[in-house]
Design a binder for this molecule. Structure first.
Ligand code: S3P
Length: 179
């Protein structure tokens, strides 16, 4: 890992439904770090839900808000950051996160993701006639970005507890190497 990096935070990236928020909250509890969710921050600033932002202003406007939030995160320390599923794709976002955070990607197959999100209604990108196919397409397009993470964890073969432990292990390793 480049010595210019100052890994003070943990950033979770990955597709919708891979467990970034639930895993992130547990990691934050364990480390006594703050927890921050980029979608929640965008919603509280806009005063409306992600779905309403997409409907009123369009995806491009949402991506701009997302990039602005990512840029601000550089000032954070001792924070676990859960990012929206599209953050990794935004130009420059991953490089910005890497400057201050260990970037961990949570992974799952399209079928598993669909199983996890099918009962939920708050994701505008999945309001499609064939959501599973949409997940397959988006995941294939995003895979090269997700794979740029420092750590890639398949959540399908691990319990939430194991995922949390793996992230903590990798973070402690990086911290001990930078001492
Ligand atoms: C998106 C994922 C969502 C949210 C928005 C767009 C995406 O976040 O940011 O609906 O492009 O994959 P989650 O990954 O937390 O569901």
């Amino acid at each position: 890992m480049a010595s210019t990096r100052q890994v003070r935070n943990i950033a979770l990236i990955g597709f919708m439904g891979t467990g970034k928020s639930s895993v992130g909250r547990l990691i934050a509890d364990q480390l006594r770090f703050s927890f921050l969710d980029t979608d929640e921050l965008i919603e509280s600033r806009a005063g409306k839900s992600i779905s309403a932002i997409f409907a009123d202003k369009g995806e491009a406007a949402f991506r701009k808000m997302e990039a602005a939030v990512v840029a601000e995160l550089a000032s954070r320390s001792r924070t676990v950051i859960s990012t929206g599923g599209g953050v990794a794709v935004g130009p420059g976002n991953l490089d910005l996160l890497r400057e201050h955070a260990l970037v961990v990607c949570l992974w799952a197959s399209p079928e598993k993701i669909w199983e996890r999100v099918r009962g939920q209604t708050h994701r505008p990108l999945l309001r499609e006639a064939d959501p599973l196919n949409k997940i397959r397409e988006l995941l294939a397009a995003r895979e090269p970005f997700y794979k740029q993470a420092d750590v890639l964890l398949n959540t399908e073969v691990r319990s939430v507890r194991e995922v949390v432990q793996q992230v903590l292990h990798q973070f402690n390793l990086v911290k001990s190497q930078s001492r």
